[in-house]
Design a protein around this ligand. Structure first.
Ligand code: GLU
Length: 491
């Protein structure tokens, strides 16, 4: 499967700006990019913007941004097909001259009725080739009728079209299953088939790596290459990406747009590592690969023939691993914009950088995404904690006992001079024994009072970072909550 070395590797990513790039698109871009980098070839970016009716505003910019975010740098382009129309017209003219194509004047209404009738008869919708058989006289008449024709390809009725796919092997399609597809539309724009073939040829693309969904287009493209007397590139159709329920990946499986993953706080390196495993593997075990390793090892031999399954938990796991690989400094740098975006407005901005540095180490240990960081750490930043008083009581401690415990803890902590993780542990551990409480119960109660939640980073570390003043204030607040709870339950 090694590319023939006399042809330099030139691959392309050719998205249509008909929507925002999703995981599948970017996985295709990544495989092309890795293939180019592995072989020291070129990665070309081409925007296939010939479907004017389906063009989505801002889609091209988002595609470029997503590629930039992931570091999938391109060597040429972006080329825009809408700026290359003359090339497609030239090719269409050539095909018309060589009698591989014809002008079709059928109205959209006629085609629509035909399609509906075919569907009724449970036949695949196909153009009936009426204009392929027009007499000279009919042609003349139509030429002067003012109707703008489309150009259709004269698909051979007989025979088969075979091509070799680098992943699926040899594939054969019967020509009589294909119809006389359109090459140039009446608006003067080419169809995907024509523009794609013309550009892959004119950009001397050596390998086409694209999703399986395009497989059924490839025999048409092969026929075009033959008719134009051009050497086709090599093809490799990449497996589909399915949701855990084996349905085509869609919104209901979670975010599908790459930009959403960026907003949710996934790191580009983690995304790359996760995406590459959707259809490629190094072996049966390795889950984590650096970019250098990927470039070194990427090969089409290890691309699977069968669909890849998207697993959100795995993505989160991979991202967590990459977050923990960051230096504490890098982590804070990455987390800052997310904290700024996500912490409640009551938290004063700009955030205190020194304090944030102290807060983050235990959060870095736990976060699976950067978007989780504020939720995991907001109690470090908030002046007032919002929580349900019931949490103070859920540790099988009586309300009156809980009150006493907090009172004692408060007294002891007020007296502390040196406030750090070790000194706090030295005071609070023996206190649990003195109060005849398990450390689990005692620290659990303190954790709720200090953080407003039952699960949080290690208690002494948290208290050390929060500082004495804030901890004492929170313990007094917890005490007040318990007192009013006790009063309310008496009345
Ligand atoms: N424009 C097509 C797309 O949106 C390109 C398919 C191909 O790579 O040939 O995916």
């Amino acid at each position: 499967m090694q590319p023939e070395l006399e042809t330099p590797v030139r691959v392309r990513f050719a998205p249509s700006p008909t929507g925002y790039p999703h995981l599948g698109n970017i996985r295709t871009a990544l495989f092309n990019w890795l293939f180019a980098r592995h072989w020291g070839g070129k990665f070309i970016l081409r925007i296939e913007d010939t479907d004017v009716t389906r063009k989505v505003e801002g889609a091209t910019e988002t595609i470029l941004d997503s590629l930039r975010w992931l570091g999938l740098n391109w060597d040429e382009g972006p080329y825009f097909q809408s700026q290359r129309l003359h090339l497609y017209h030239e090719a269409a003219d050539k095909l018309l001259k060589k009698d591989h194509a014809y002008l079709c004047y059928c109205s959209p209404e006629r085609l629509d009725i035909m399609r509906r009738e075919q569907m009724k008869r449970k036949q695949p919708p196909k153009y009936d080739r009426r204009c392929r058989y027009l007499s000279q006289q009919e042609k003349k008449q139509l030429e002067t009728s003012g109707i703008t024709p489309v150009v259709r390809f004269k698909t051979p009725f007989e025979g088969e079209t075979t091509f070799h796919d680098l992943i699926h092997g040899s594939l054969t399609f019967k020509n009589n299953t294909l119809d006389d597809f359109i090459l140039l539309k009446s608006d003067g724009y080419p169809t995907y088939h024509l523009a794609n073939v013309v550009d892959d040829h004119s950009m001397t693309i050596s390998h086409i790596l694209r999703a399986d969904e395009w497989l059924s287009s490839t025999p048409r493209h092969m026929l075009l290459y033959q008719a134009l007397n051009w050497q086709p590139p090599q093809f490799a159709h990449l497996p589909m990406i399915l949701g855990p329920d084996r349905a085509k990946l869609s919104k209901r499986h979670g975010a599908t747009n790459i930009a959403d993953y960026q907003k949710q706080g996934y790191l580009p390196e983690a995304m790359i590592n996760f995406l590459v495993l959707l259809g490629w593997s190094l072996d049966d075990r390795t889950e984590l690969l650096s970019q250098e390793e990927l470039i070194k090892h990427f090969s089409l031999e290890r691309v699977s023939k069968t669909a890849a399954i998207f697993n959100k938990d795995k993505l989160e796991w991979v991202n967590g691993v990459y977050l923990r690989k960051l230096s504490p400094e890098e982590f804070v740098q990455q987390a800052m914009p997310f904290l700024d975006r996500d912490l409640p407005p009551s938290v004063k901005r700009p955030l205190d950088s020194g304090y944030t540095h102290q807060v983050m180490p235990p959060i870095q240990e736990r976060a699976k995404t950067l978007a989780e960081v504020s939720q995991l750490s907001d109690f470090f930043f908030l002046d007032e904690l919002q929580y349900d008083t019931q949490l103070l009581l859920s540790k099988s401690i009586e309300p009156t006992q809980a009150t006493q415990i907090i009172q004692v803890a408060l007294q002891r902590l007020e007296a502390v001079k040196l406030w750090n993780t070790t000194s706090l542990e030295d005071i609070l551990r023996p206190l649990a024994a003195e109060l005849n409480l398990s450390t689990g119960k005692f620290f659990g109660l303190l954790r709720v009072a200090i953080t407003g939640r039952t699960a949080a980073p290690p208690l002494f570390q948290t208290m050390a970072v929060l500082g004495k003043e804030r901890c004492l204030k929170r313990l007094s607040e917890a005490l007040q909550r318990l007192c009013s709870f006790n009063q309310n339950s008496k009345t």
